[in-house]
Every structure is written in structure tokens, then in C-alpha cells.
Design a binder for this molecule. Structure first.
Ligand code: SF4
Length: 337
């Protein structure tokens, strides 16, 4: 905590602490880099400064605010949590961990972060950074990918947490993991302020810790992505309301036969001029990889197809939330002369 007092990162959600700010920032930070969250967080709070505003936000506007963060299901869960806070908790984010865990999208880590940072309660918040730091400090060879290892370390932290400043204690561990005890064999042991207490360092075992079993390999999908262009507009379609990237806008794409797919949209490639390749792109989800190949087709007439929505560049930027999976093709459309 001495180290934290001098080295803590200056982050916007630390300047104005509240349970709502912690809920929003910690949800955004799940699986997302701090740099990406910095801009999105400020924009999000400017438009949705309260739990009630978030609960009432229209879905498209919510997704637009989430743009750049990925994993859009978090945005939907965050809104469902806000709606539950309004209906079940009178608009106040609850203090009890058991109540926090009822909120959609809130797991043990986020509940611990809200309870300790916003309410000062003595509750651990254990993320990947904390697991790595603890495994090294204690030369613990248990697999940190296993829930029982996480539980044991959480129990252990619960015993050693100070009675005061629990939020600082948790944030000190997070920042220490993010800034000093770095992952991938690159911790800054030579300048580490706790090297004297670190068992992994004493045992020359830093490179072997933490032990983490590899994730399952991802399934690979080959996708064809189509930019259907008509005058100054491009065709979008909305993804289904459940499943991967639910409810977001995308360029029409398929893993099936391209010709049959285009025919189902009322597009006859033989009438399109020009047809140009618009590059390959890859997007990695947790369990899945999309390997995409894009084609831009300039149409002579606009197909009468209800599932397609035609937008120009200005409208696309202003109103349509598109997952980063399509960033390459979105830029292609926006940058074309
Ligand atoms: Fe991490 Fe190295 Fe410090 Fe140990 S000595 S806590 S491994 S940075």
C-alpha cells in the first residue's frame, strides 16, 4: 500500500469514486485494455451519468456508446443490472455482496471491487493480476485457471486484508500486477518493492509462475463479408437478439455458399460493376476466430430486401454501433473516395 500511495495510476474512475462509477468502469475493464476504456468511460458517463439514465437508454444508443470495447453482451448486462437496481433496490447500488451478485453481469470480482472501492468494505477483488501476484509471492504452483485455486487465494486475501482502506488494498494489488509483477515472464523484479518477501524470487522460480492450464483451442470460421454499395450508401443488417454480438449492426456475411447467400438478399452479382476485393481480416472471440474475406459490390439497383438497412457514411458513424470485428471493412467504406 506504500507503493500504491506513490505509484497508483491516475484513472478517471478514481478521481470521482461512486458505486455507479465502479460498476461501469469495472464492467468495461473486463477483457479490455485500460487505454480503450479511458475514452469510452468518459463518453459513456457524459451521456448516462446515473443508474436511472442507463436503465432507460435506448438499445442502439447504448451499443453506440459501447463502441470500441467489444464483448457487447456486457453493455446489455450492465443495462439489465441498472434496471434491477431501479426496480429492486430503489435506484441505489446495493452494498451487500450477495445482493451485488444478483445483478446481471456482476461476478465475484466486480462485486468485490464495488464493495471495497465504493463502500470501503473488507471484500477481496481477485482478477488475473491479483492471482499472478499472489501465486508468485507465495510460490504457489496451483493452477490459477481452476475456480478452487481462485477461491483459496480469495479466502487467504480475506484473512490478510487490512480493516481500513480495503479498496486501496485491492487496487494496490491490481496496479502492482499491471505495472510491476507483469505477465508473460517480464516482471520488474530488480526494482520490485516487495522482492524481499517474494518466495518465487527467492526460489528463482519467477519464470515458472503462475501455473495456468492452456485454454481450449478456438474454432475457426471462414467468412465472406459483402459491402453492398448503392449510390453513396452501404447495406447493413442487424444481428439476431441473442447469441454472438447480439443486436449489433454488421455488413452482410456468411460461411455458406456466396452465390446462394447473395441471391437470398436479392443481389445478382452479374449486374454489379465493379466487384472488387476489399481485403482480409481476422477477429478473435473467446472460443472462436473469424477469418474474413471481403468483397465490395457496386449495385445498379437497390434490392427490395427488408432485412437490409441502407446508410451513408455520416449516418453509419453517428448512429450505428458496429462490432470491431468489422473495423477493417467499416474503414474501407468510410475511406473510399
Ligand atoms: Fe513479482 Fe518479481 Fe516482485 Fe516477485 S519479485 S512480486 S515476481 S515483480
Amino acid at each position: 500500500m506504500d507503493w500504491f500511495a506513490h505509484h497508483k495510476r491516475d484513472l478517471p474512475w478514481r478521481r470521482d469514486v461512486s458505486a455507479y462509477h465502479t460498476l461501469v468502469s469495472e464492467t468495461m475493464l473486463q477483457q479490455t485494455r485500460v487505454e480503450a476504456v479511458l475514452t469510452a468511460y468518459t463518453r459513456f458517463l457524459r451521456c448516462l451519468p446515473t443508474v436511472a439514465a442507463l436503465a432507460d437508454c435506448e438499445e442502439n444508443a447504448l451499443y453506440k456508446l459501447w463502441e470500441g470495447l467489444g464483448y457487447y453482451r456486457r453493455a446489455k448486462n450492465l443495462q439489465r443490472a441498472a434496471q434491477m437496481i431501479v426496480t429492486d433496490f430503489g435506484g441505489e447500488i446495493p452494498r451487500k455482496v450477495s445482493d451485488l451478485l444478483r445483478l446481471p453481469g456482476v461476478g465475484a470480482y466486480t462485486a468485490g471491487a464495488i464493495a471495497s472501492i465504493a463502500y470501503g468494505l473488507r471484500v477481496p477483488a481477485v482478477d488475473g493480476n491479483v492471482l499472478r501476484v499472489m501465486a508468485r509471492l507465495e510460490a504457489d504452483y496451483a493452477d490459477i485457471a481452476l475456480p478452487q485455486t481462485k477461491q483459496l487465494l480469495t479466502d487467504h486475501l480475506q484473512n490478510v486484508m487490512p480493516a481500513q482502506n480495503a479498496g486501496d488494498f485491492n487496487q494496490a494489488l491490481m496496479d502492482f500486477g499491471a505495472c510491476v509483477c507483469l505477465p508473460n515472464g517480464a516482471p520488474l523484479c530488480r526494482t520490485c518493492p516487495v522482492a524481499d518477501y517474494c518466495l518465487a524470487f527467492a526460489q528463482n522460480a519467477v519464470g515458472q509462475l503462475p501455473v495456468k492450464s492452456p485454454k481450449k483451442t478456438r474454432r475457426i470460421e471462414e467468412r465472406r463479408v459483402f459491402l453492398l454499395l448503392f449510390e453513396d450508401k452501404v447495406a447493413l443488417r442487424k444481428r439476431p437478439n441473442s447469441g454472438l454480438l447480439a443486436g449489433l449492426w454488421e455488413f452482410p456475411n456468411t460461411t455458406d455458399d456466396s452465390e446462394a447467400f447473395l441471391a437470398s438478399l436479392g443481389v445478382k452479382p452479374e449486374t454489379c460493376r465493379p466487384i472488387v476485393p476489399c481485403g482480409e481480416a481476422k477477429h478473435i472471440f473467446t472460443h472462436l476466430e473469424w477469418h474474413m474475406t471481403g468483397t465490395a459490390l457496386t449495385l445498379r439497383e437497390q434490392p427490395n430486401q427488408k432485412s437490409l438497412c441502407w446508410v451513408d457514411a455520416a449516418l453509419l458513424v453517428k448512429d450505428y454501433a458496429m462490432p470491431s470485428a468489422f473495423a477493417h471493412y467499416r474503414s474501407y467504406f468510410l475511406d473510399k473516395p
